[in-house]
Design a protein. Sequence first.
Length: 266
Amino acid sequence: MNTAVSTAKPGSAPARRDYSRWLPLIGPVALFVVWDLVVRLGLVSPVLLPTPWATLVALFNGMSGGPLLTDFIASVSRTLQAFVIAAVVGVPLGVLLGSNEKLYRSVEFLIDFFRSTPSSALIPLFLMIFGVTDMNKVAIAAFAAVLVILFNSAYGVINARKQRVMAARVMGANRWQIFKDVLIWESLQPTFVGLRSGVSMALVIVIVAEMFIGAETGLGNRIINAQQVLNVRDMYAAILASGALGYVLNVLFLVIEKRVVHWSGR
């Protein structure tokens, strides 16, 4: 008669399950639980704060072919337009400036000055230049994003690992070979950090611009219009849609970064 042989050693602790994959859910669940308790306990009037379930229903209905979906698509379109413009301008210019540190230092003040200036404060300037158009919203978002991308790309080249640069020189590489074979690859990780921050910045500025620059569509326009007529369910649904969009864009760039810069840290 065969008997099953246990591979576990006597006295050994049983294998523990790995629950780490569920950790990202703790924050959202806690948020909705606290939100629901606040409403149920009457700490905030339901007129000002609907229940999480009512908000999620409004979000689902709005995104299932409702007007919220149209506004969502409009904001995504403007954000992507602004980001593409910023990336096309910011990455090459940042790499170029970073490859010549003296050149970068000569314009560093301008970059840091405009990067530190709240982009929303420049809305009146862009209004005078572009008028009340979609191009206005795209332009100001692209301006904000390009500074973030340029800054990270430039510093990625400037701070490239000196050991690899010196090794390339010892092996007889010229300046162009060092630039294309070492500096550009070393700058990819900070460049992706800049791209990830840039797309988030573009989304924020697009939403703000849609609120205050006469937009007819967009999540920002829906949020401000719903607030004015006290349609709090639609307002919170649009806010959740904006947050979900920002989160998805951030995760998407993290996945792309891991695939492209797979050698990071080695």
